[in-house]
Write a protein that binds this ligand. Structure first.
Ligand code: ZN
Length: 187
């Protein structure tokens, strides 16, 4: 797999992955949604595996607004703070739209071919509310590399996962430890 891939799915949770696609300020450096078609590609690649006929520019704007709210909600939750009221109102507003509709096709469950990005965005907002408002939030983590801004849900059994990904930060740390050991050995 080429590294880094176009989209990173390291969050272990739909709404967390959604928040790791770019954003305002510093995070604009990793913007992955430049055009509505990019958001369509992201929904096809994410855990929803949703194919959308089209994404309207207004839906891309809504997705970006929700992304800020999820990111700010993650940051507040990691620091043990209450969700800011602006975050709550954005999450509730998006979650109030109709959710995706599952349909049965040849023995398998799929999303309705009429699905819209607005429904998908609602699904993400619902997922974020479930993350922040339940015990699931206790597993929210920040990568242990101080220079890495990535966050994830720790799904490991002992709950001690420290790195966003071995290929990204775990290896950097391993290499640093190896170098420190060699330096000490040479003294
Ligand atoms: Zn990391």
């Amino acid at each position: 797999m080429p590294w880094p891939p176009r989209f990173l799915f390291l969050g272990n949770r739909l709404s967390v992955d959604f928040a790791l696609t770019g954003g305002e300020g510093e995070r604009s450096r990793w913007e992955r949604w430049h055009a509505p078609a990019d958001l369509a590609d992201w929904f096809a690649a994410c855990s929803l595996r949703l194919s959308l006929e089209r994404v309207r520019p207004g839906e891309l704007a809504a997705a970006r607004e929700l992304r800020e709210a999820v990111w700010n909600g993650v940051q507040a939750t990691l620091r043990g703070r209450k969700l800011p009221p602006s975050v709550v109102s954005e999450l509730e507003r998006r979650a109030a739209a109709a959710d995706l509709v599952p349909v049965w096709r040849r023995g398998r469950v799929r999303w309705s071919p009429e699905s819209t990005a607005t429904q998908a965005i609602s699904n993400v907002a619902r997922d974020a509310l479930q993350l922040f408002g339940t015990e699931a939030k206790a597993r929210l983590r920040e990568c242990a590399n101080p220079r890495c801004p990535l966050v994830f849900v720790d799904t490991s059994r002992p709950g001690r996962r420290a790195w966003c990904a071995m290929q990204r930060c775990g290896n950097i740390e391993k290499t640093a430890r190896y170098r420190r050991r060699r330096k000490r050995a040479r003294k």
